[in-house]
Write a protein that binds this ligand. Structure first.
Ligand code: FAD
Length: 474
């Protein structure tokens, strides 16, 4: 029996993701007598922002998480307190969902995990826009370059150019500079005017704005050049194409410039990891402000599919503090839907605080808008889908000569998005190019349908070796 009186002993709840959202969801379920199964592909809990280094690495929390060290400790402590009692499965990937069964992969192989209710707290990934030369070794996503520093304690280059837009651009550049790594410059596609327009909304957040200004000021004091209104042009490499040598860009309508560097970290904000939500039957809706498809959820995180709840950045980017609140709220909604008595006052308070975060988020989108102008301007020969080596020109040909007016048709005609990443990296940019080539609104060209496996699965050669060859007796 739960605290609320409903019999939940047989209820199988699965939580995917042990970041801030998943952690608070788990904590809330446990507090109401429900023991979920928690699955995360990462080796340790904490998610992206509070990612823990491997055991044996000894960088102190302050060095790893800066201003957020205290929050990181609190989030880590939730899981530490459940050790031995919670069914927590790290290093386990959920690669597909179908009919209330999660298909997982861990060191022991493939398994199936049935559930009655599901909380997806799968977080986000970098949003990138290709440019000529972006497949050269030494080009990283912004998040990837931060993971290298946070998890492995190493920098991606000796002189790294930071390119893109969003709060993470300045944060990671600052973290690199602070760790003693070389930062060539910070190049932002947003303009000073964007920031000015967003100022009233940003100011309402208080400390978050101050932290952002502080990062910028530290970069300035360290003598690191910062440019806004940047249009990236190309990444240059050595003769063999094996090493980054420079980044070419333009500021406003100015002359072309060349920045010498040996690595580039690029990212234009984040995109939610929505594949599992889609496979679980959740509807997605087009969000015109961020120009992406997001799971359609109610204020508490309920998806359109029964028994499916979304929390954290996987439901729409709102940041780590909001992720904690959304995790708790989604768990409370799940419990309330199962007739468990939960605090209605607490739910109201959480919704109210989340509404404030939503206003702040809107201001951030104004300050650091996704540069929709970049993808349509890519030269024809630029690789867009790097798994299948599909170039921008091939998408345009599919649109203009083969009649592709929708993303899945474009995929069938070009192989775009059929490779390892399943379009997680290229899907949105390809849609921008297709929309531009057809003259259709972005929402009208749709998106590539999610399919399992959402991430690559290893072929176990040992198993194959045991199989008889075709035509061979068993
Ligand atoms: C690379 C990166 C770096 C970031 N760094 C910062 C930062 O320094 N500061 C900041 O304020 N914000 C940062 N952000 C944003 C920040 O991650 C989020 O605001 C916050 O972590 C969201 O919490 P969450 O619980 O929703 O998701 P996350 O913290 O991302 O946690 C999601 C968890 O789900 C797991 N997961 C996802 N899919 C699967 C699957 N299929 N199977 C199993 N497990 C799965 C992941 O391993 C992860 O642990 C970063 C985002 C990214 C993508």
């Amino acid at each position: 029996m739960s605290a609320g009186g409903a019999d939940l002993s047989a209820l199988r709840v699965l939580v995917v993701g042990a970041g801030p959202a998943g952690t608070r969801a788990v904590e809330t379920l446990l507090a109401h007598g429900v023991k979920p199964v928690v699955v995360d592909e990462a080796p340790r809990n904490g998610g992206q922002i509070y990612r823990q280094p491997p055991p044996g690495f000894r960088r102190p929390a302050k060095a790893l998480y800066g201003f957020e060290a205290q929050k990181a400790r609190r989030i880590h402590a939730v899981f530490a307190a459940t050790e031995g009692t919670l069914d927590y499965r790290p290093e386990t990937l959920v690669w597909n969902l179908s009919r209330n069964v999660a298909f997982t992969l861990d060191d022991n192989g493939l398994a199936e995990l049935p559930y009655d209710a599901l909380i997806l707290a799968t977080g986000a990934m970098d949003r990138t826009v290709p440019l000529p030369g972006w497949t050269t070794p030494g080009v990283f996503s912004l998040g990837g370059s931060q993971v290298a520093l946070k998890y492995q304690g190493c920098a991606v280059g000796r002189r790294v150019a930071f390119l893109g837009t969003g709060p993470l651009l300045y944060l990671v550049a600052y973290q690199y500079a602070r760790a003693g790594a070389g930062v060539a410059a910070v190049l932002d596609t947003a303009s000073f005017g964007d920031g000015l327009r967003a100022l009233p909304g940003l100011a309402a957040s208080g400390t978050t704005l101050l932290k952002g200004l502080w990062y910028r000021e530290r970069l300035r004091l360290a003598g690191i050049a910062r440019k806004s209104r940047v249009t990236p042009l190309a990444i240059e490499s050595d003769e063999g194409g094996e090493r980054v040598t420079a980044l070419r860009y333009r500021v406003g309508r100015g002359r072309e410039k060349r920045l010498a560097c040996d690595a580039v970290a690029l990212g234009y904000g984040l995109k939610p990891e929505t594949q599992l939500a889609e496979l679980a039957g959740a509807e997605l809706a087009f969000d015109g402000r961020t120009r992406q498809w997001l799971p359609a959820i109610d204020d508490d995180g309920r998806a359109s599919a029964a028994g499916v709840y979304l929390a954290g950045d996987g439901a729409g980017i709102a940041g780590a503090d909001a992720a904690e609140l959304r995790g708790e709220l989604a768990a409370l909604a799940l419990l309330a839907d199962r007739a468990v008595t939960v605090s209605a006052r607490r739910m109201v308070a959480l919704r109210r605080r989340l509404a404030r975060f939503a206003r702040f988020r809107a201001a951030l989108e104004t300050a650091f808008p996704y540069p929709a102008r970049l993808a349509p301007a890519l030269p024809d020969e630029t690789i867009v889908c790097r798994c299948e080596m599909i170039r921008a020109g091939e998408i345009r040909t599919a649109a203009r000569e083969l009649g592709a007016t929708e993303m899945n048709r474009c995929k069938a005609l070009t192989r775009l998005g059929m490779g390892r990443c399943q379009a997680r990296l290229c899907g949105q940019v390809a849609a921008e190019i297709l929309a531009d080539a057809t003259g259709l609104p972005l929402a009208a060209v749709g998106r590539l349908r999610g399919q399992g496996p959402i991430k690559p699965l290893p072929i176990r050669l040992a198993h194959l070796a045991d199989e008889p060859a075709p035509g061979e007796a068993a």
